[in-house]
Design a protein around this ligand. Structure first.
Ligand code: IVH
Length: 698
């Protein structure tokens, strides 16, 4: 690319035209399709080039210049909302020099050569910004940024985010205030969301930001509600009256009104402090649990912010110091297929090891066969690899301008397992093809079998202490454990145990722990037994429903036998259970129709004492009541409190509504307590709750 200072005026005109088109097309993909085609760093580079050319040829600045726009046009589905004060953007700094220059510029502008100038250093959260309008402390409207001036009305969706108070706490807030902040999704939540999408054959999101954006811009707010979005407040727009003198104080106020503010923000005095904060964020970044793409520095004093003002679309009093993109190029040496518990096959890139963001990466996900084909990723390509925080590294596609692998990748049509079973492309209930390819070998496929075993011993299933994944894999590889029943036989097989006792690195204590862990689970609840089978679509909640519905193992197995044989009465009985639908019925049929699966289950049952399900109690003080726990509990964990309430026949809900009968509130309880008061719902302390249920809980 020609250096900007060498461009002729006509070259500059052409290039600005090209850049405007290119940036606009990327904006569309980013904002409307949530599917960016290029990395943030490449996008920033385009915008920067545009600004540099404009700086040299100010008279060539176009009306539709990307430097005059923030974001992109709105999607049509939501009503437009005009922000009381526009939502602007931030200028970026990429190098230490640019940060020094920012600080110097602020000083020059304020004519403060020597006085300390305090800044806040806040993480730049990589989500999407939202504006929340509160009138007299009540949330009346919430909007996306849109083009900065007009956004989309997503009030109903924003209301489902638990970090967003429907009513401000405390006092001292202006009568009208637009609170601004970032809607985002944590790494763990992002992974879980994508895993669910894969299991359902849905499209996956490329990164947490796209997932957050896609989740917020759902027409149906119940979908948004099911996505664990979070919100950090960091700024404000329209105000009916000032409420703070500095950014730091403002963050404290926002926090006191019930918002989460990033706990990592700090206050520093000069450019050295800014750079120190940046280094600290670089180090903390992998541990934060959510994506940040830089650090935002803001002049603390609001009167100084006022004097500094804005240039076109960004404030002079703030700058975003961006992290270098965590991307790298490396050779795609091969593609392995990984087979999950349910047989879903995921292609995994085997890469020439490369360091990305301080971590050596050897494998990365290629998502699915369609993605490989769409991007024409070939073995032998130099590919672009991206690692965002803790999220599994992903291959974005072949690197442009590099030699390509010789031929398109032919996705195997057979499972890599020794059985070599054909892979089936999955279809939805409606018959549409999905992106998922599945091995049909079920438990006969060793890859699925080991995943089943891992699920079987996992914490929420049989929870076998002393048998971790690594040890399980080792026993599986040795042929000691092939099916769940083998685990229980192993614990009583003296011959094998004595060999294990002698084993280097294993030994007496490990064997004792292993046997104790297994024996402790020989008596097991029916719901854990059912969940442990790992039947598709039968998660923990459904397993509890089935256990309560059928009461005993004998009843359950007899019913499943009939269901598998298509017995209509048995199917109707299953269908009548709460939360059981077609997916569960189909999955149960498929599972129990297999001889192999039925034998595995019978074999396992013979090793165990499966206890009849306890019915929810009907004669307790809380039977049939809906209870909400909020705030910190001191004597019980949340899980315990929930289990106890459910054992006593209560239903535990997560939000307070007209249907709520009781709210148990501990210290720090917020908006739920307020809602309870408004709705006249009985509120108990933890102590009072224990007194109410205590005698019955024994
Ligand atoms: S302050 C006038 N603080 O970055 C600008 N923005 O590129 C007010 N962002 O639109 C924004 N974390 O979506 C601010 N701690 C933070 C931020 C932050 C993320 C986003 C926000 C904004 C964009 C600017």
């Amino acid at each position: 690319m020609k250096p900007v200072q060498d461009l002729t005026e006509s070259e500059a005109t052409d290039e600005l035209q090209r850049l405007a088109d290119e940036i606009a097309s990327h904006d569309l993909r980013y904002y409307q399709d949530e599917a960016p085609a290029i990395s943030d760093a490449d996008y920033d580079a385009l915008k920067r080039r545009n600004s540099e050319i404009e700086a040299r040829f100010p008279h060539l600045v176009r009306d539709n210049s990307p430097s005059l726009k923030v974001g992109a046009a709105r999607a049509a589905a939501f009503a437009p909302v005009e922000h009381g004060v526009p939502m602007l953007s931030l200028d970026n700094a990429f190098t230490d020099e640019e940060v020094l220059e920012f600080e110097a510029r602020v000083r020059r502008f304020l004519r403060l050569p020597d006085e300390p100038v305090w800044f806040t250093a806040e993480p730049k959260i990589d989500g999407l910004s939202a504006s929340l309008r509160y009138e007299n402390g009540v949330l009346v409207q919430g909007a996306t940024r849109g083009d900065g001036r007009v956004g989309e009305d997503v009030t109903a969706n924003l209301r489902t985010i638990k970090d967003i108070p429907h009513r401000l706490k405390g006092a001292g807030f202006p009568e009208v205030i637009e609170i601004r902040g970032e809607v985002y999704l944590g790494h763990a939540e992002f992974e879980a969301l994508n895993q669910t999408a894969v299991a359902a054959g849905d499209r996956i999101y490329a990164n947490p930001r796209n997932a957050a954006s896609g989740s917020l811009r759902q027409i149906d707010p119940t979908i948004t509600a099911a996505r664990p979005l979070k919100f950090f407040a960091y700024a404000w727009g329209l105000l009916s009256a000032p409420f703070a003198q500095g950014q730091w104080e403002a963050l404290e106020k926002l926090n006191s009104w019930g918002f989460d503010v990033t706990p990592e923000a700090s206050r520093v005095a000069d450019a050295t402090g800014l750079l120190g904060a940046y280094r600290a964020f670089e180090a903390r970044r992998p541990l934060m649990g959510y994506d940040i793409d830089g650090v935002v520095y803001k002049v603390d004093r609001l009167d100084w912010q006022g004097r500094l003002g804005f240039v076109s679309r960004a404030p002079r009093w703030a700058i975003a110091h961006k992290f270098p993109a965590q991307q790298a190029r490396t050779l795609l040496e091969g593609i392995d297929l990984q087979v999950g518990r349910t047989g879903a096959v995921t292609p995994v890139a085997r890469l020439q090891p490369v360091t990305v963001g301080g971590v050596v990466v050897r494998n990365a996900t290629l998502h699915n066969a369609d993605e490989i084909a769409r991007k024409d990723i070939r073995i032998g390509d130099v590919v672009i690899l991206q690692r965002a925080g803790d999220v599994i590294p992903q291959v974005l596609g072949p690197a442009p301008d590099t030699a390509r692998g010789p031929e398109p990748y032919a996705f195997p049509d057979h499972c890599p397992c020794p059985l070599h079973t054909p892979l089936a492309r999955e279809t939805t209930a409606g018959g549409a093809e999905t992106v998922v390819r599945r091995c049909t070998g079920e438990l006969a496929c060793p890859f699925q079998r080991i995943e089943h075993l891992k699920h079987f011993v996992s914490r929420r299933a049989f929870d076998i202490e002393g048998l971790g994944e690594k040890q399980l894999q080792a026993f599986f590889d040795e042929g000691l454990i092939k099916a769940p029943a083998d685990i229980f036989r192993l614990a009583r097989n003296e011959a094998v145990l004595s060999v294990l006792r002698e084993r280097e690195g294993y030994g007496e204590v490990s064997v004792r722990n292993l046997v104790a862990g297994i024996e402790a689970r020989r008596a097991i609840s029916l719901s854990r037994f059912i969940y442990g089978l790992g039947v598709r679509h039968i998660g923990e909640t459904t397993a509890v429903t089935l256990a309560r519905g059928y009461e005993s193992l004998a009843n359950f197995l007899a019913a499943m036998d009939l269901v598998a044989r298509g017995d209509e009465a048995a199917i109707a009985e299953l269908d009548a259970l709460d939360q059981v639908g077609e997916a569960v019925i189909k999955a149960a049929q498929a599972f129990f129709d297999e001889d192999h699966n039925r034998q595995t289950v019978q074999d396992l049952a013979q090793q165990l004492d499966v206890q009849d399900a306890e019915q929810p109690k009907a004669d307790t003080a809380v039977a049939g009541k809906t209870v909400v726990f909020t705030g910190a509990l001191e004597k019980l964990t949340r899980d315990e409190a929930k289990a106890q309430a459910e054992a006593l026949g209560a239903k535990v809900a997560s939000s307070v509504s007209k249907k709520t009968d009781l709210v148990v509130a501990g210290p720090g309880a917020g908006s739920k307590l307020k809602t309870a008061a408004e709705l006249g719902i009985r509120v108990l302390t933890e102590e009072e709750w224990l007194a109410l249920v205590g005698p019955q809980a024994q």
